[in-house]
Design a protein around this ligand. Structure first.
Ligand SMILES: NC(=O)c1ccc[n+]([C@@H]2O[C@H](COP(=O)([O-])OP(=O)(O)OC[C@H]3O[C@@H](n4cnc5c(N)ncnc54)[C@H](O)[C@@H]3O)[C@@H](O)[C@H]2O)c1
Ligand SMILES: [Zn+2]
Length: 358
């Protein structure tokens, strides 16, 4: 078990990583005597696996639990779903003393966080991440959001949870492809922040069926907590978490969100960014080979016919939203990064060819 603190003044909170922690959730929640309702937001399948037993445990000790199930998939990060949650909360007499528990991956976490940040000007909420990606990334740091008008996370806020409770046992039901997506983000933490961790990952990944998830989750939570504590609103340091994401996001738009998982797209994006870092002379050939060989051990899908020009179009679209400047995260050795504004279009196009070589 480990406890990681996200240091943010009076909004400081804990990340608890512990096997079985969903069975003792109340230890980390607001006391039931002080709250009117506990709103448990999840998916049907997760309610069946874990949610109903959590609900029963909490009701036994005096919580009034209202459960809300959302359809699976990113399409749930939607304003109509948002409205339906708020309506249900009002009908159930929720008020400012009510709390939300988000039991799910990034989809449930993002919309629940946004509901929490806006319902009656903000109520307390807790993240109980169930995917590997949400355990190491999306549940920490307070980014909440909805998609709107075909734009990912067009509406959202930065609103910190009151605790993040991670139970690595929940991974036992997570499909393997979702684990691979989370592993992409885990590799990212090693690449940008901790060379020794990356070297550990390089050994663990050789035997992926026995990957020590708990250990890796703990280290990722520490790294993310440290970064968010120093730069909550992404004015500087927090941007380094976007390593692999400029190309990753473009690939997601190019392929369609239903055809590629986020962490998988980021893995491809990291390959390209690693290639550019090497090309620019920031990364030695040995380091380049080590990181690429780690990513290559992930069972990623075969990309058929990547069209660099089309992907470039999405990158340029993103660039327009950044005042015409592309802030590209590059590696300066393993475990260290630099933010570059002079990655050229040609370098990006060439790096995308690497994906066709698979
Ligand atoms: N807020 C942030 O900082 C942040 C960061 C990265 C990504 N995101 C967002 O996260 C979302 C993606 O999240 P995700 O990758 O966790 O996917 P997800 O929430 O869509 O979950 C993936 C699938 O796994 C299922 N599932 C979840 N946990 C399970 C379990 N323990 N057992 C069995 N099935 C389980 C879900 O029902 C779903 O079908 C995107 O919307 C992305 O924008 C947010
Ligand atoms: Zn990501």
């Amino acid at each position: 078990m480990s406890e990681v603190i996200v240091e943010l003044g009076y909004r400081t909170y804990k990340i608890i990583v512990k096997d079985g922690s969903i069975n003792t959730l109340q230890e980390n929640l607001d006391d039931h005597k002080r709250i009117k309702n506990l709103v448990l937001i999840s998916h049907d399948s997760l309610m069946r696996f874990y949610g109903f037993s959590i609900k029963e445990n909490l009701e036994k000790i005096g919580y009034k639990v209202i459960d809300i199930s959302l359809p699976d998939g990113d399409s749930s990060k939607d304003i109509e779903i948002y409205k339906s949650i708020i309506e249900k909360m009002i009908q159930s007499n929720c008020d400012r003393t009510s709390i939300i528990v988000a039991l799910g991956g990034g989809v449930v976490g993002d919309i629940s966080g946004f509901v929490a940040s806006s319902f009656m000007r903000g109520i307390n909420y807790y993240q109980v991440p169930t995917t590997l990606l949400s355990m190491v990334d999306s549940s920490i740091g307070g980014k909440t959001g909805l998609n709107f008008s075909n734009k990912k996370n067009a509406i959202g806020s930065i609103y910190q949870p009151d605790a993040v409770i991670v139970d690595p046992n929940l991974l036992s039901t997570l499909p393997f492809a979702e684990k691979v997506s989370g592993l992409g983000e885990i590799i990212k933490y090693g690449a940008i922040y901790d060379r020794n961790f990356l070297v550990d990952i390089s050994k663990w990944i050789k035997n992926i069926d026995n990957f020590p998830y708990s250990k890796a989750i703990e280290r990722c939570c520490q790294i993310k907590a440290e970064i968010v504590s120093k730069d909550e609103r992404e004015n500087g340091l927090r941007r380094i978490l976007n390593f692999g994401h400029t190309i990753g996001h473009a690939l997601e738009s190019f392929m369609g969100y239903e055809n590629i998982r986020h962490g998988e797209a980021v893995s491809f994006g990291m390959k390209c960014s690693t290639w550019i870092s090497h090309k620019k002379g920031f990364l030695s050939t040995d380091d380049y080979n080590l990181l690429i060989s780690i990513i290559n051990q992930l069972p990623l899908q075969k990309l058929s016919a990547v069209n660099p020009e089309k992907i470039m179009h999405y990158i340029e679209f993103d660039k327009k939203h950044e005042n015409g400047k592309l802030n590209f995260i590059l590696l300066k050795g393993l475990g260290k990064v630099t933010i570059s504004q002079d990655v050229t279009k040609n370098e990006i196009l060439e790096s995308l060819q690497v994906l066709n070589e698979n």
